[in-house]
Design a protein around this ligand. Structure first.
Ligand code: CMP
Length: 140
């Protein structure tokens, strides 16, 4: 998912070019503005963290570009391409990554990546359809 900071600064096409150049297939994509309840649900695992409310405010502040990506070992490969959570650290240790190139700070870090196949199924269901089966369909 391309977050509101990078949608606002028009980076979606540049990001998609890198996604394609890195061997991912974009299976489906959608621009949407997250409702507050959806953002809270999407990031529920962070609900006890002090940054949670700010994160929800940020994620609902403008449109996001959600994509389902396909590649062998896609979860790990995507996390490799996006780089560490904190863009200032990414710029030092992983300068070729998306967060190093376009992230602003730990919250406005340009892109999200699912951390496991289980999370990917859940997150795809939340962003692309109402039912659990939507995510599972992409995870076969
Ligand atoms: P993401 O990969 O989408 O997963 C959780 C998000 O929470 C993360 O990217 C950041 O946008 C945000 N986040 C994580 N840690 C912090 C932090 N310490 N302060 C603010 N936001 C954070």
């Amino acid at each position: 998912m391309v977050k509101p900071d990078c949608v606002e600064t028009n980076q979606v096409e540049s990001i998609k070019a890198l996604v394609n150049a890195s061997g991912f297939l974009i299976i489906t994509e959608r621009m949407l503005r997250l409702e507050e309840s959806l953002a809270r649900n999407f990031y529920a695992e962070h609900s006890k963290r002090e940054f949670f409310d700010d994160l929800v405010d940020f994620m609902t502040s403008g449109p996001v570009a959600a994509m389902v990506l396909q590649k062998r070992n896609a979860i790990a490969e995507w996390r490799e391409l996006i780089g560490p959570t904190d863009p200032s650290k990414a710029r030092v240790s992983h300068p070729q990554t998306l967060r190093a190139k376009w992230g602003i700070d730990t919250q406005r870090n340009c892109v999200h990546g699912s951390d496991s196949s289980l999370s990917a199924g859940r997150e795809i269901s939340l962003l692309f359809g109402g039912s659990r089966s939507t995510g599972k369909r992409f995870m076969r």
